[in-house]
Design a protein around this ligand. Structure first.
Ligand code: AMP
Ligand code: GLY
Length: 406
């Protein structure tokens, strides 16, 4: 079978790496790919006819979508209209990620516990609202912001400054205010096969840029899997949430086929849903696929056929850990085109890398993911720090507590 993966991050490198291990796969291409993915081919993911042309030219049997933008723009619907096989959710289902206002309303309609929120279409009501809330509070810009449209504001002044910035960028921006929740986050990545949710596994994602979970939100700068195990009453709460989501799909007449990624906030008592994503997480996918024993293509085929069951998914009984190396400045603006010296012998998933002539150089904020697997997270943490020292590029940054801060 000939496969095309769409996207250019560490998630896509991990997907191509795992698919290449399948006995049923002849070749895996990736568009646009990156410096670490062997068969990277240029293309514009917002131009569906361009992608369909690539599918025809390369005789692709199945396309697998990584990032959220093409899903939200309807690439799956477009491929189906042209009789092409594709793995990902349709445009209607992608709304669960693309609009935070829609997904919060969905949670409320189906009794899924989440932070209380209010959304505002006009600026003056949003500014007024800052007078009446308790701080810290959470402000979210509606839409797709790659994990960076969420700001935790500490005071009224901070809230005003945040609104100023968001409205300068987009005067019509829909703004959500959310109660600030305290607890530990966990990501649960699931396959959804004809509206039935089949979990792949959990991961602890490190979203904050700095050690000790301080600093700005990012797309995720490290992860390990599985996340810490939960008491049975909280597992029951999670199972309950999954059933409510399935019921929501039916009631809303959504046909959900693809990936559902649920971000939970878990305190001593309760499990809250922070967000839904309609795609594989990054870097979560890197750590989850490193633990997946089963054949990924078979899982995807069964998911597409609507026959996927829990028995199709077997995970190794080990930990996996990813530490992301970043460009200086990320998640704000950062320099690129820095030469990378990468003589590491272990598995390193590429994100923001490309080739200029004979040189591998940086091309994004998140550059490389250093993978460790094993039975002891603290030993894996030490080993990954030793490996990272040997990977060199100008401005290299990383969190030193990934896998240590649990
Ligand atoms: P989201 O894109 O909505 O998941 O938000 C990105 C990140 O912001 C989350 O992973 C949390 O770290 C943080 N966050 C979002 N909403 C809240 C909330 N209500 N309370 C505390 N932290 C939050
Ligand atoms: N790591 C979080 C995400 O993929 O959105």
């Amino acid at each position: 079978m000939r496969i095309l993966v769409l996207g250019s991050g560490g998630r896509e490198h991990a997907l191509t790496w795992k698919l290449e291990q399948s006995p049923f796969v002849d070749v895996v291409y990736c568009c646009p790919g990156n410096g670490g993915i062997k068969n990277s081919i240029p293309g514009d993911l917002s131009n569906f006819s361009n992608i369909r042309q690539i599918v025809t030219d390369l005789k692709i049997d199945l396309t697998i979508v990584g990032p959220e933008d093409p899903l939200a723009q309807g690439i799956v619907d477009d491929f189906h209209n042209h009789g092409l096989r594709i793995f990902g959710v349709n445009q209607q289902a992608a709304q669960l990620e693309a609009s935070k206002a829609y997904s919060k309303d969905f949670m409320n309609r189906y009794g899924i516990k989440t932070a209380k929120h209010l959304s505002f279409n006009d600026a003056s009501s949003a500014y007024d609202y800052c007078e009446s809330i308790r701080y810290p509070h959470v402000i979210k810009a509606d839409g797709l912001y790659k994990g960076k449209g969420v700001i935790i504001v500490e005071s009224k002044e901070h809230a005003h400054a945040t609104l100023d910035e968001l409205y300068i960028e987009n005067p019509k921006q829909v703004i959500l205010f959310e109660d600030y929740l305290i607890g530990q986050e966990q990501s649960l990545i699931c396959f959804v096969s004809n509206n039935k949710i089949i979990p792949l596994g959990t991961a602890r994602d490190y979203k904050k840029r700095l050690e000790n979970d301080q600093g700005l939100n990012t797309g995720g700068v490290g992860a390990y899997s599985p996340a810490r195990s939960l008491p049975s009453n909280q597992n029951d709460q999670i199972n309950n949430i999954l059933r409510k989501i399935e019921n929501g799909f039916v009631q809303e007449k959504i046909l959900y086929n693809g990936i559902l990624f649920i971000g939970f906030m878990i305190d001593d008592m309760d499990v809250y849903v922070l967000e839904f994503n309609a795609r594989f997480g990054d870097p979560e996918t890197q750590v989850l696929l490193a633990r997946l024993q089963s054949d990924l293509l078979t899982i995807i085929e069964h998911c597409l056929d609507g026959t996927l069951t829990d028995d199709d998914i077997i995970m190794n009984d080990t930990f996996s850990l990813i530490t992301v190396l970043m460009s200086k400045g990320y998640p704000d603006s950062f320099d690129i085109d820095k030469k990378i010296v990468l003589e590491d012998q272990g598995i390193v998933f590429h994100s923001g890398t490309k080739w200029i002539g004979q040189d591998l150089v940086t091309s994004g904020g998140r550059v490389l993911g250093v993978l460790e697997t094993g039975h002891c997270l603290s030993m894996m943490h030490t080993k990954s720090l030793l490996r990272i020292e040997k990977i060199v590029f100008d401005g290299k940054q990383y969190r030193k507590d990934i896998g240590q801060l649990l």
